[in-house]
Write a new protein. Structure first.
Length: 116
């Protein structure tokens, strides 16, 4: 939000920017690569066996994670609430901490079943 110059690209979340959207994808790909190597260092094997798997993992996390965030923003907008709870003040609520995971985790699970 601080560095994005092209804000308001999604109706559901007006503070999202195209720069943040792209940075989310890049971060997911780099994170997938680093996580794969961390697992290799700790356990001695690569979970993601090829670049295709790293790219697919990164895409699933980036796309469905951001989709989850937008869905949660839409729900809050539809119910006319700013925060989904007061458990973590100033953070949009507890659902904001897990919205990306709730959507992307099932797709990652099915991808791992598929490549398993």
């Amino acid at each position: 939000m601080k560095f994005g110059k092209h804000k308001n690209i999604f109706r559901a979340s007006k503070n999202k920017s195209i720069e943040g959207f792209v940075a989310g994808f890049i971060t997911a790909f780099v994170g997938a690569y680093l996580l794969n190597h961390l697992v290799h260092l700790i356990f001695g094997y690569f979970v993601l066996g090829s670049w295709k798997d790293i790219i697919a993992f990164g895409f699933i996390v980036a796309f469905f994670g951001q989709l989850g965030d937008l869905i949660e923003s839409n729900l809050k907008r539809d119910f006319d609430v700013k925060d989904s709870s007061n458990l973590i003040p100033g953070h949009g609520g507890i659902l904001d901490r897990f919205d990306s995971l709730l959507i992307s985790a099932p797709f990652l699970y099915f991808y791992f079943i598929l490549i398993g």
